[in-house]
Design a protein around this ligand. Structure first.
Ligand code: OVM
Length: 409
């Protein structure tokens, strides 16, 4: 049995259609919605020979596979490469790429580091920077929503909350792209992102060191667990690395996609202005509708069965979170962005024990930005065509030309 893209080819299970498609082709990544529909229509699973993987796109199976950490493990990587067969591009994450019981101890520490209480302590800082930054873009009028707000806000607030002594927004963005593109195949996208590693990786690793973290920040907070002996000094550094891996590109994407949804659906923006209490569900609906992380893998740890399909041990399964979030059988009118929808159960932050541990911080950041927008902005209009940036696991905008009209006091 040979290796394909760093994992074993176990072949197509009985009853699963074979689909000769490249889910990582640029045109698919730029415009995935029709592709999602087609994949869901083919059945609970498809086998994709090009990468020798199973893939699921319907809500039920995607949720089942993605959240059952016993049958479908993360310790063999959440990308195409099976860490049991092939050495990963960097030392594995000790929270993402690990299973219980090791996962449990480390997850508890990260959950405490990123708890709702800690986030409430950061709320006024997050709000004052959001208020100021939104005032600046409103004064500009015509902006690129990606560069001028979606990238600028997290690369400003996140290093402050972490307590990085030195920051470099470009390096933070490039490292995020590396980490999220690395889970895909060895394609042009992955190679382009990883090619920046020579500059970016040593810089990132340096900022993870205790001496480069300001007292009182979240990063230094993680090192207090090394002081108490709960984790080693090295593990503390790797957990700071996890924050820097997963905390920037995701929130950049969330804010950009929020602006996109509001520009695309002016009637929803009006509804939101009249009912600011809908702000939270407006963002949850962005997560459902756009799925910042469009897909991650799991690996089957043994022979098993899902929805009557026999899945062999060692199978890489591509869980299409973005497609599950648009499944009409689960979400009535799935292709409508609707701020009044009951959006519970979406997979935009994953599900189960590996569900986004930074979700409180992500929501706090977006909530601050949205609060500032609702206070200061009357209208958001496209001034050109929004462009999507093809990513191996993140679906983000490359540019978003919009005009913001100031709300009269
Ligand atoms: C990490 C991490 C966590 C979530 C996502 C991610 C693939 C990385 O712990 O480094 O991106």
């Amino acid at each position: 049995m040979g290796l394909i893209e760093g994992h074993l080819d176990v072949g197509a299970p009985e009853g699963v259609p074979i689909w000769d498609i490249d889910p990582y082709a640029t045109d698919v990544l730029e415009n995935p919605i029709e592709f999602y529909r087609e994949m869901r229509a083919k059945g609970p699973f498809v086998y994709i020979p090009r990468y020798a993987i199973l893939a699921c796109a319907r809500y039920a199976q995607t949720k089942e596979v993605f959240s059952d950490h016993e049958r479908f493990v993360s310790s063999r990587g959440v990308g195409l490469v099976d860490f049991k067969q092939t050495t990963p591009w960097r030392p594995p994450s000790i929270i993402l790429e690990v299973d219980p019981p090791e996962h449990t101890r480390v997850r508890r520490i990260m959950a405490k580091t990123l708890s709702p209480k800690v986030m409430r302590e950061q709320a006024s800082l997050l709000q004052s920077i959001a208020d100021q930054m939104v005032a600046e873009v409103v004064a500009m009028g015509e902006i690129d929503g990606v560069a001028d707000l979606a990238e600028r806000y997290p690369t400003t607030v996140f290093p402050r909350i972490l307590g990085l002594k030195k920051s470099n927004g470009r390096h933070l963005l490039d490292y995020g792209a590396m980490v999220f593109d690395a889970v895909g195949p060895d394609n042009e996208i992955r190679r382009a992102s990883l090619s920046k590693g020579e500059d970016v990786v040593p810089w990132i690793m340096k900022q993870c060191e205790r001496d480069n973290l300001i007292e009182g920040g979240l990063g230094a907070g993680i090192y207090t667990y090394a002081d108490s002996g709960d984790i080693s000094e090295k593990e503390a550094g790797l957990l700071v690395r996890s924050l820097l891996s997963a905390g920037v590109d995701t929130t950049v994407t969330g804010i950009g996609s929020l602006l996109y949804c509001l520009a695309e659906n002016p009637e929803q923006f009006e509804l939101l202005k009249d009912n600011p209490k809908l702000a939270r569900s407006a963002f949850e609906e962005v997560l459902r509708y756009t799925a910042p992380v469009h897909s991650f893998f799991r690996t089957s740890a043994g022979d098993t069965e899902v929805s009557g399909i026999k899945i062999q041990e060692n199978t890489k399964i591509l869980c299409m979170l973005g497609a599950a979030n648009r499944d009409e059988d689960h979400w009535p009118n799935a292709d409508k962005y609707d701020v009044t929808r009951d959006v519970q159960g979406h997979l935009g932050m994953g599900a189960g024990i590996h569900g986004c541990v930074g979700q409180n911080l992500a929501r706090a950041e977006v909530s601050a930005v949205l609060t500032a927008i609702l206070a200061q902005v009357d209208k958001i209009e496209f001034t050109g065509t929004a462009k999507w940036r093809p990513g191996n696991s993140i679906r983000a905008l490359a540019s978003l030309p919009i005009k913001l009209t100031k709300k009269e006091a």
